[in-house]
Design a protein around this ligand. Sequence first.
Ligand code: CU
Length: 282
Amino acid sequence: MAGSMVYRLQVGDVRAPYMQAFAAALAAAERRLDRASYNTIAGFHGAPGWYCWHHQRNPRTPEQARLFLPWHRAYLWWLEQALQDRARDLPPAIGATDIALPWWDWTAVANIPAAYRAGATGRARNPLASTRAYVPTARPPVDHWTTRAPGRAPFTRLPTRAQVADLLEDSDFASFSDRLEDFHDSVHVWVGGDMGTVSTAAFDPVFFAHHCMIDRLWYLWQVRWGITRIPPSLLNLPLSPFGLTVRDTLSVQRLGYEYATRSVGLPPSRPSRAPSRRGSRR
Ligand SMILES: [Cu+2]
């Protein structure tokens, strides 16, 4: 339910209750035609909204580039809220389960997660496998079912666990953000198809599982280094169109979600440096 705390979990079997609830809410959002529709929200990132801060149509100053993590955190939160609003459209048995975005740990699962592949549900259409990207006002107009070409881009590899562990040692926000953005880019290119193009990447539902992993890595970094370790000049910058500022995105608990710090896939943070989880909440 909107307003309560949800736990974001690793992408699991599509028959797991939390995955079913997520997929059902996503399918309900895909069916809508209004501002709460998946198509509208997907359109914020590239075509037709172009709100995303990491593409060339924005005059990219170094400062704006560092909005990469806060902007996408706000974006994920926006979709998660919209999906939680869909709970009331679902059968009670499914709608009673917390709806949260799952994350794809590409350091552990070096493939599109099974739940996001066609046929995973045994039904005619898996809402996580593909969605219809429809932007008639774009030039050229966009109207197709999203596709992928995983692993086919030459010279592109998914980031490794060792690379991510090394990255989390980087205490400088700007450097951490830029390095994480580079890893993020390679996953987009590795998935290919729509994910490889800024204009339509967010229409592919796996976009949000990928970005949830990116957001989780920022969260793990924050647990280790503290949530106030960010340039003060960024704090009051707006994150359009979400009505949030960078400051509003620093605490995931304030946004109504949590990641388990001991989730698989990453080594635990070093006890000598890690602030306690409670201590990092302010
Ligand atoms: Cu991205």
